[in-house]
Write a protein that binds this ligand. Structure first.
Ligand code: GDP
Ligand code: IMO
Ligand code: MG
Length: 430
């Protein structure tokens, strides 16, 4: 039983890519199980940066198998570009180290069109999606009209489904949204050639995982987005359209929960969010700007500036429970150097009450005011430190407080974007 799930504990961009790349050293297989190319996972090795959107973050390691599970929504044009781009950078990439489930749903041009048009129609109330067609693609999946990877392998099946789906979508575009319609033939013309590209990669991912488990291989499941962007548990409706929580790894890859050994929650040492929605500890002052600039908090997918704020232990405690976290990986602790006093939100005040968890109602979350506890900061640069005991006392106290508030032990501390800039104390595979 050597399956480890890695999830984001906040609103995404916690540094999942870096930690998955690091843990791949101990793994044999790395699996994406939800989301799509709304994800942007950054890996830095010896100063070279790679941003992955669909391919699992284990791909830089030769000899490891990367799998895209049934729960992922796939834009084949993006996947094709990603494969070509990585090959151009010298990576070996082919069916021997990458496979995709035939059950994964395809993002098609009408999904992106719908995503964009709906967002602009919402104006200032928009979700701030990544515009990648994620929501509309998952909608079609649930409505049982989605088109899957296996469908594109048969020209007739794919063309018929595109034509059928566009009848309804074009009616919506023309008569309700009053925007341009799409031509099914154009879509087939641009997508059908991609069938030859994807064909050799299509596999039964669930069977591959089962085989790997039987052969005592170590499997890493790479979550995308973050717990509070979860369609069920996040700050609805300001969420994504999949389940980034750990429980969805099983459904999104095709294995049973009894195979899971550990769940690692990635926690950025402060909080960020990109797009709309409530963010109780958001800072719209100099400290917020400091975090954005020093932390390089600009979206890896859309380039949008990320909103920044103090660490929120309410968000994190909810994440510990919702994911069953067994380990924490703290990232970007180095970014906090130079802040005189650090604040951690330990509870919310809402209409005279003290709340220990995020309420379900959006209106209530929007009305929550953070209750802070202050901790002294440190000024030393943390880069180059490789042991927890070598960190400044204040940094150690900050970490200890995180462990206390979340009731989960820290296994990994990241002090810079590079794979090497890390303290590993407790390996989740052991
Ligand atoms: P992901 O979506 O969770 O994989 O995270 P992103 O890649 O979108 O955003 C995380 C950003 O922080 C990337 O630019 C990483 O290179 C960077 N990063 C990761 N860990 C650290 C760290 O410990 N310190 C610093 N300074 N940067 C980090
Ligand atoms: P990674 O995996 C941060 C956000 C969008 C928007 C909301 C819905 O890199 O952490 P969508 O396009 O999914 O319908 O947008 O979710 N969002 C992310 N924010 N990191 C991500 O991925 C995100 N993926 C989606 O900004 O608020
Ligand atoms: Mg990201």
């Amino acid at each position: 039983m050597s399956c480890v799930i890695v999830v984001g504990s906040q609103w995404g961009d916690e540094g999942k890519g870096k930690v998955v790349d690091l843990l791949t050293q101990q793994a044999d297989v790395v699996v994406r199980f939800q989301g799509g190319n709304n994800a942007g996972h950054t890996l830095v090795v010896n100063g070279n940066q790679f941003i992955l959107h669909l391919i699992p973050s284990g791909i830089l390691h030769p000899g490891k198998r990367c799998l895209i599970g049934n729960g992922v929504v796939v834009d084949l044009e993006v996947l094709h570009k990603e494969v070509i781009g990585l090959r151009e950078r010298g990576l070996t990439l082919g069916p021997e180290n990458l496979a995709i489930s035939g059950k994964a749903h395809l993002i098609l041009p009408y999904h992106k069109h719908l995503d964009a048009v709906r967002e602009s129609a919402k104006g200032s109330g928009s979700i701030g999606t990544t515009g990648r067609g994620i929501g509309p693609c998952y909608e079609d999946k649930v409505a049982r009209v989605g088109i899957r990877v296996s469908d594109i392998l048969d020209e007739q099946v794919f063309s018929d489904k595109v034509r059928e789906n566009l009848k309804e979508k074009n009616f919506l575009f023309e008569h309700y949204l009053k925007v341009a319609t799409l031509d099914p033939q154009e879509i087939c013309k641009s997508f059908l050639p991609l069938a030859d590209f994807i064909r050799p990669y299509v596999a039964d991912v669930s069977l591959l995982i089962d085989e790997a488990i039987k052969n005592k291989k170590r499997i890493l499941f790479e979550g995308a987005q973050g717990t509070h962007l979860d369609i069920d548990h996040g700050t609805y409706p300001y969420v994504t359209s999949s389940n980034p929580v750990a429980g969805s790894a099983c459904a999104g890859a095709g294995l049973g929960p009894n195979k899971i050994k550990a769940v690692v929650g990635i926690v950025k040492a402060y909080t960020t969010r990109v797009g709309g929605g409530p963010f109780p500890t958001e800072l719209s002052d100099e400290t917020g700007l400091f975090l954005r600039e020093k932390g390089g908090e600009y979206g890896a997918t859309t380039g949008r500036p990320r909103r920044c704020g103090w660490l929120d232990a309410v968000v994190l405690r909810d994440s510990a429970r919702l994911n069953g976290l067994s380990h924490l990986a703290i990232t970007k602790l180095d970014v906090l150097s130079g802040i005189k006093t650090l604040r951690i939100c330990t509870a919310y005040s809402y209409e005279g009450q003290t709340l220990q968890t995020l309420p379900a109602s959006l209106k209530a979350v929007e009305g929550c005011r953070p209750i802070y506890e202050d901790l002294p900061g440190w000024s030393q640069d943390l880069k180059g430190i490789r042991k927890r005991q070598d960190l400044p006392l204040e940094a150690r106290n900050y970490l200890k407080r995180m462990e206390e508030l979340m009731q989960v032990p820290i296994g990994i501390i990241s002090l810079g974007p590079d794979r090497e800039e890390t303290i590993t104390e407790n390996n989740p595979f052991n």
